[in-house]
Design a protein around this ligand. Structure first.
Ligand SMILES: CC(C)(COP(=O)(O)OP(=O)(O)OC[C@H]1O[C@@H](n2cnc3c(N)ncnc32)[C@H](O)[C@@H]1OP(=O)(O)O)[C@@H](O)C(=O)NCCC(=O)NCCS
Length: 187
């Protein structure tokens, strides 16, 4: 069984599995309307959210975590192992999808960038994945900047490929990074 990459220190952050006492704080900012503006899944059901998060430490594909700074939970990081696409024989479980949500009271301190780097460290150095991807609405300029600061490459600008509850069909970006590109800058 794959061991979890956590705990992992990255810059000022400690990335670790969520535990029961974290859940209320996570829910408070996860369901903040300002935070949801550019999330694909908007409001989450508190009981499903609790169950999902408490199950993650025993998952073999979901390595999502929380980020702590100075003992406070400041962000959620998402890291899921997925299959790449291809013809029969394609190896499975080779790719990672990353994402993040920062508690707005801690925004603008570089935490999302450190967290994204920590998720990539886990994906490549710990889980041995081949490729990592992340997506954002094109209008989410702060998130696109975070992915670029983390070293990811914008490889798709999807024209009106993403549904937004208020804006309708809008543009989305996909960012990616290969293991060999990561190694070229981290060894
Ligand atoms: C987007 C988000 C992750 C940013 O978190 P953060 O911790 O503030 O990010 P960082 O401080 O690491 O970096 C933010 C960068 O975006 C820039 N930025 C912030 N707002 C911006 C804007 N409106 N336009 C352009 N750039 C912007 C900052 O200046 C900074 O770049 P810099 O270091 O070059 O100056 C956070 O606001 C968030 O969680 N939002 C809600 C959930 C969300 O959208 N998640 C991502 C879904 S894809």
């Amino acid at each position: 069984m794959t061991t979890r990459p956590w705990p992992l220190r990255v810059g000022p952050l400690l990335l670790r599995d969520a535990t029961e006492p974290d859940i209320e704080a996570l829910l408070a900012f996860r369901n903040d309307p300002a935070v949801q503006r550019f999330l694909i899944a908007t409001t989450v059901d508190p009981e499903k959210f609790r169950g999902n998060w408490l199950a993650k430490p025993s998952s073999t594909t979901d390595f999502s975590c929380v980020a702590e700074a100075d003992g406070q939970v400041v962000a959620i990081g998402f890291l899921e192992i997925v299959d790449g696409m291809g013809q029969p024989g394609v190896p499975t479980g080779t790719d990672g999808m990353v994402g993040y949500i920062v508690d707005p009271q801690y925004a603008g301190r570089g935490y999302a960038t450190h967290l994204a780097k920590g998720l990539l460290t886990a994906a490549f150095d710990h889980l041995g994945l081949r490729r990592a991807t992340a997506g954002c609405y094109a209008d989410n300029a702060a998130s696109a900047r975070v992915l670029e600061k983390a070293g990811m490459r914008r490889e798709q600008h999807g024209v009106e490929d993403s549904w937004h509850a208020e804006l309708g069909w809008v543009d989305g970006y996909t960012y990616a990074l290969l293991d060999r590109e990561w190694r070229a800058t981290h060894e």
